[in-house]
Design a binder for this molecule. Structure first.
Ligand code: FES
Ligand SMILES: [Fe+2]
Length: 400
């Protein structure tokens, strides 16, 4: 039995009133299978769910020096976050204003003092201003000041850089996170530094399948024997308007699994965390597709990027607090991070099998929707919000 708290109102406030009754009747029912494979529904999601959503690009400490950048493609749009000469971090469309060539390559790098287009060598300052145009006189009268890089809306939340393609009046990241500001405060997000680099893991499933799995509480004791050994009955979940939270406390009983038992044994005390967080794992999922996994030893973000109705790219990276060479717990912390990775590698493998199994079932003509337990507050909250934003999600079958 998982510990749960009831979901509050979804707060989306975007829905046509006509859909309200249908949504109420469907509360406690999973989203219909067709929404996990439909091209038309996927197009609606791109416009109504993803363009107005906040997406994490990187941490400001991923781009410490002027000219450092992180490129990020979202919904087919090339974007880039870059550190300026003034020390500030800005995000732009990674697209030349001349004839649209993508500017910066790869997922990260340093472009020096300016961004130069590989096609005709227009160049831009790190602040996005157009500073160089070969053969400028041949263009005639052009308002060159209007041809700086197109900015993309950006919010830096506790060191993490978020961007959003469209502003539909929805809340900021800080507003979404507000119910858990106290929970997050001790983890010193602003000081985190990347451990390794962003990894991309393609999955042949709809993005909602990954999102559902992330917030599904009832499968833990069935499908994750490692998490069950580590957390026993302490695993809990709750849903706030824009954010879901899951958590568990490490049990004292040593696991019979080597990685888990060693993690239990070696995880050192963390000076900046309060007592109740020393052996506590927390997971947060921000609407719609960004997750933070918060451990005493590290913080990961994970995004479920929609690629097609049946393809998702999982993008993730771990961050740690830099430890001083004389920290007495340094070796234990390093070992704990490795063991955490081993434990979660196994959990990921289990979830990968589960989501593939569900995606296969979503293709069956026998299945439309299924009932959701009252304990599944995150699944219920997510389904309610999806039906609110896209009322067609109330329909059992795809409209013709
Ligand atoms: S497309 Fe960039 S300079 Fe021409
Ligand atoms: Fe899982």
């Amino acid at each position: 039995m998982v510990g749960t708290r009831l979901a509050q109102d979804d707060g989306a406030g975007h829905s046509p009133a006509a859909a309200t009754d249908a949504r109420g009747a469907l509360d406690g029912t999973s989203l219909p299978a067709w929404t996990y494979r439909s091209e038309a529904f996927f197009a609606r999601e791109r416009a109504a769910v993803f363009r107005p959503s906040w997406q994490v690009v990187c941490h400001v400490n991923d781009v410490p020096a002027p000219g450092d950048y992180h490129a990020f493609e979202f919904l087919g749009e090339p974007l880039v976050t870059i550190r300026g000469r003034d020390g500030g971090v800005k995000s732009f469309h990674n697209v030349c204003r001349h004839r649209a060539a993508r500017l910066l390559d790869g997922d990260r790098g340093n472009c020096g003092g300016r961004i130069t287009c590989p096609y005709h060598a227009w160049s831009y300052g790190l602040d996005g201003a157009l500073v160089g145009v070969p053969h400028r006189a041949s263009f005639g009268a052009v308002d060159w000041a209007a041809y700086g890089l197109a900015p993309v809306e950006q919010e830096i939340f506790r060191g993490f850089v978020f961007v959003r393609l469209a502003d539909d009046g929805g809340p900021s990241v800080a507003e979404m996170m507000a119910p858990y500001a106290v929970d997050l405060a001790p983890y010193r997000f602003e000081e985190l530094v990347p451990q390794g680099r962003v990894t991309l893991r393609p999955r042949e499933v709809n993005w909602k399948n990954v999102a559902d799995n992330y917030g599904d509480g009832l499968h833990i004791s069935v499908a994750h024997p490692g998490l069950t050994r580590l957390f026993g009955k302490s695993y809990g979940l709750e849903a706030a308007p824009h954010i879901d939270k899951m958590w568990g406390d490490l049990q004292d009983t040593p696991s019979r699994n080597w990685s888990e038992a060693m993690y239990q044994r070696l995880l050192p005390a963390v000076a900046h965390l309060p007592a109740e967080r020393q052996r506590h794992w927390m997971y947060f999922r921000l609407w719609p597709n960004v997750a933070f996994d918060i451990y005493p030893d590290q913080v990961d973000f994970m995004q479920f990027l929609p690629v097609s109705p049946t393809q998702t790219m999982i993008r993730e990276i771990a961050y740690v607090l830099p430890d001083a060479p004389d920290d007495p717990w340094r070796r234990e912390m390093k070992a704990a991070r490795y063991l955490n990775w081993r434990i979660n590698r196994q959990v990921n493998a289990e979830d990968t099998g589960l989501i593939a199994r569900v995606q296969a079932g979503m293709a069956s003509s026998s299945y439309t929707t299924g009932p959701l337990s009252e304990d599944e507050v995150c699944l219920r909250s997510f389904a309610r919000r999806m039906r609110s934003v896209i009322p067609e999600a109330c329909l059992e079958r795809e409209p013709s």
